[in-house]
Design a protein around this ligand. Structure first.
Ligand code: H2P
Length: 835
């Protein structure tokens, strides 16, 4: 029974929480209290960073209380939960989002104002959590937001990288990579959980033991143990619906491992071994340069997958005491791409070797709990690991993989295509050849209950082109879940002007029911609403212009059309197609000095994988060409080109609300979905894009007439490829195209002619693998249509409104509901203040 004192304390705590939410004075007192008693400084001395830390400490009072309530509800109800395993979570900054979700943003803002502090300035103190490369990692972050908001029992699992994606500096037009030590001075949002530390074995050899009864047992004698230390980052659901956690594992040497060597006098060795283990969670791999650290990358994947599974088993066994009969009822595990697929043999190993369950029973469990999301068809991103690496690092897992493969080929494939060795060769988990490889995607498909792509067209290509035989074998396993993004971050928090308009037109619940934004559609031709909508856009453009001035030193006119391409730099995303068009416009302006065009600002943001030379040359080209254009008085400021350095979540939040044109120009069939395309449309930009990924679904909602679609379709691309694509045909037959491609091979823009010429070379001698030249003419025509529409203000406003108001489908809440109903089969729970 509760003592009176405890009961009274609870009542106080609740009253405290409410006043903290509502009362500016209380909030102010709390911040000052934390500044003094948590951070240990005073108002006079405090730096901005200290004030920010005090603000976070204040928010954490509400967050941790809600987290405790959430975990209590889930534990007492023994809920079924999803465990989202992802090597990447691109969380960005948390302050504004958390304050908005807790509904204390305005209180905090006023409280700080009274203390003489601008909340925006404080929020700039926070370093982005950049634990991901691009769309895949940001999708995982949006999903965490939706899971918490919809109050589904869930845990995100990943790696606590010491360094996130590199910080990009631009020097003389070139990308320089700098380490991103996002938590150099600690991250006040995260909590270490020593009580949930795990130990993971690695290396060594497997011994086959024969018992007296003749049965065979496999015993793994690992070479090392690695300690996994969990750090929890609370994820706050909108209006505090629930607070879930993102649990990230940090690698450390185990005490024993260190101590033995140390005792034996090997001080230096001990330090080396310590460093080797800590390396595991040191850096995030930019995903295009896997060659560099294959061993380390597989170790990372295994390390975090194993820690996460052990954590899941530990939690399950707290109430189920090693009876695995209910396991598949309580646990769903989602594999975000192939990175965590090693979890499949690891769960087999844990169940068979450590928990003593039979192979068949374990396989039944495994094939019930796992599902796999595919994010790309690019062959270089479908991971394969050399067998020799497995032999060294994970010898027992390799045996298990062989066993899974043996049974699959001899039971399943043999039953369907008897005697067809070609099929077996193709479907095998093991790829034969001079260097035998383990195909992680095949392993994922064989063990998963559901396999999904991330947009309609992509899921279709996954079935038809990537895994045709598997989808013949198991048609019901394949499904689609179109991606989505959280409207809390990507509208409400980053575009307050637009949020206010929707509050008035659609009611304040639109961030939870994005469909309700459709209430704005009937006003798409209302001059007053058009003016209001475009004024909001203009204000955002003024703010972005100031940021551009600050970061790039370039003056841009907010009245100009802001044309934006921000995403990972990759040839298939075709930043160089955009660049060829810029050259084309520039050339026309130089040829006819009297010509007047719609003033345009081309804005780029992108990081290139450090080993991807051509991608880095494209960044260089954008910069040097931009420099030339921006300083060419002859074109009278009608054209500007800026490359905003260090593209990341927090920069996207400033750019997207200010965009007029959203460039989504991948070669059809290559961009699985795209997610920035959704963010742009929500914020009233018009898509200039190919019929690829989610673009297709976006224009179906917003109206093809309100966007600018161009280029080859997936079918056209396939046909042209089958016929034999020759870029020279396009080069030779289009004068404008030839002129701009040749311009790259000149010293007009830079003395380093080689770097730009390499782009021309890839487009011609290199065979133009992503068919840039084939789509050039059509791109130019679409851009021209965009320029014409931009000149017609009412028509443009109509299209912008129709886009923004039609994005209901692309809330990540809808994606999560799809996962829940088609794959995870979860129930959500109202979280009450119970303890
Ligand atoms: C990838 C795909 C995108 C997709 C995203 C999330 C790998 O992201 O290419 O088309 O939207 O996953 O599913 P990205 O290229 O941005 O790194």
């Amino acid at each position: 029974a509760e003592t009176k004192a405890v009961a009274a304390a609870k009542v106080d705590a609740r009253a405290d929480k409410n006043s903290l939410k509502l009362d500016v004075n209380v909030f102010k007192e709390k911040i000052v209290h934390h500044l003094r008693c948590t951070i240990g400084t005073s108002e006079k001395k405090a730096s901005k960073l200290a004030w920010w830390q005090a603000l976070v400490a204040t928010a954490n009072e509400l967050i941790f209380d809600r987290l405790t309530q959430t975990q209590y509800t889930h534990a007492t109800k023994d809920t079924r939960a999803v465990h989202y395993l992802s090597a990447e979570f691109l969380m960005g900054r948390l302050t504004v989002n958390n304050l908005v979700s807790l509904e204390v943003y305005n209180t905090a803002k006023s409280a700080l104002q009274e203390l003489g502090i601008d909340i925006n300035e404080l929020c700039e103190e926070e370093t982005d959590m950049a634990l991901g490369n691009g769309g895949l990692g940001r999708l995982a972050a949006c999903f965490m937001d939706s899971l918490a908001t919809l109050a589904y029992p869930s845990v995100g699992y990943g790696i606590h990288y010491e360094n996130g994606l590199f910080r990009q500096e631009i020097r003389e037009g070139r990308q320089i990579e700098r380490p991103d030590s996002w938590r150099e001075y600690g991250c006040p949002w995260e909590v270490c959980r020593p009580e949930s530390v795990q130990e993971v074995p690695i290396g060594g050899f497997v011994e086959t033991q024969t018992a007296p009864d003749g049965s065979i047992r496999k015993v793994w004698h690992p070479e090392h143990m690695i300690k996994g230390v969990p750090w929890d980052i609370p994820v706050v659901g909108f209006r505090g619906a629930s607070v879930t956690i993102l649990r990230l594992w940090e690698s450390r040497p185990t005490e024993s491992f260190n101590w033995d060597v140390f005792n034996a006098g090997g001080y230096v060795d001990a330090q080396n071994e310590k460093a080797a283990v800590e390396t595991i969670s040191k850096v995030l791999y930019p995903n295009d340069s896997t060659e560099a650290g294959k061993m380390l990358r597989l170790t990372q994947q295994y390390f975090f997958s194993s820690c996460s599974l052990r954590d899941i088993l530990r939690r399950y066994n707290r109430t189920h005491f090693h009876d695995y009969g209910e396991f598949a009822k309580k646990i769903a595990i989602q594999l975000n791409d192939t990175h965590p697929v090693i979890a499949i043999p690891e769960l087999m190993r844990l169940l068979v070797d450590e928990e003593g369950i039979s192979w068949d029973a374990a396989w039944e469990i495994v094939t019930e709990v796992f599902s796999y999301t595919n994010h790309t068809l690019l062959p270089e991103a479908l991971e394969k690991w050399p067998v020799y690496i497995f032999e060294k690092l994970l010898p027992r897992h390799l045996e298990i993989i062989y066993e899974i493969n043996y049974r699959f080929l001899n039971e399943v494939v043999e039953a369907k295509w008897s005697g067809d060795d070609e099929k077996k060769r193709k479907l095998s988990i093991i790829e034969e050849g001079p260097c035998k490889m383990v195909r992680m995607a095949n392993l994922a498909v064989i063990a998963s209950r559901k396999i999904n792509g991330v947009a309609e067209i992509h899921s279709k290509l996954v079935r038809e082109n990537l895994f045709p035989e598997f989808s013949t074998l198991w048609p019901d396993r394949f499904c689609n879940v179109t991606n989505g993004v959280t409207p809390r971050r990507w509208m409400l928090a980053c575009n307050p002007g637009l949020a206010e308009l929707y509050n008035e037109i659609a009611g304040k619940d639109w961030p939870l029911h994005l469909d309700s934004c459709a209430a704005l559609r009937p006003y798409a031709d209302d001059p007053q609403i058009q003016k209001r909508f475009m004024d909001i856009k203009f204000k955002n453009k003024v703010a972005l212009a100031a940021e551009i001035k600050k970061l790039c030193g370039v003056e841009v006119d907010p009245h100009a059309m802001f044309d934006v391409q921000i995403k990972r730099l990759h040839e298939y995303k075709r930043q160089h197609l955009n660049l060829l068009y810029i050259l084309h416009l520039y050339r026309k302006l130089l040829a006819d000095p009297a010509m007047r065009i719609v003033p345009q600002v081309f804005i780029f943001g992108a990081k290139a994988a450090p080993a991807y030379t051509l991608a880095k040359n494209i960044i260089y080209a954008i910069n040097v060409i931009g420099d030339k254009i921006n300083n060419d008085y002859r074109i009278r400021n009608q054209l500007k080109v800026v490359f905003m350095p260090n593209y990341r979540v927090s920069l996207a939040e400033k750019i997207i609300p200010a965009a007029d044109i959203s460039e989504q120009i991948s070669t059809a069939g290559y961009e699985a979905s795209g997610t920035s395309n959704m963010k742009f449309s929500m914020n009233g930009a018009l898509t200039l894009g190919t019929m690829d990924g989610a673009n297709i679904e976006i224009v179906a909602e917003a109206g093809v007439e309100n966007n600018f679609i161009f280029g080859m379709s997936v079918k056209d691309v396939q046909e042209l490829k089958a016929k034999g694509y020759n870029p020279w045909d396009f080069y030779n037959s289009n004068q404008d195209l030839r002129a701009v491609v040749d311009w790259l091979d000149s010293d007009f823009f830079t003395e380093d002619r080689q770097a730009l010429a390499s782009i021309k070379h890839s487009l011609l001698e290199g065979g133009d693998p992503y068919m840039v030249l084939a789509d050039f003419a059509s791109y130019c025509a679409a851009h021209k249509r965009a320029e014409e529409m931009y000149a017609d203000k009412a028509r443009w406003a109509h299209a912008a409104i129709m886009n923004s108001a039609s994005m209901g489908k692309f809330s990540s809440d809808r994606s999560i509901e799809d996962y829940v109903h088609n794959i995870w089969k979860l129930k959500n729970y109202e979280i009450k203040d119970e303890i």
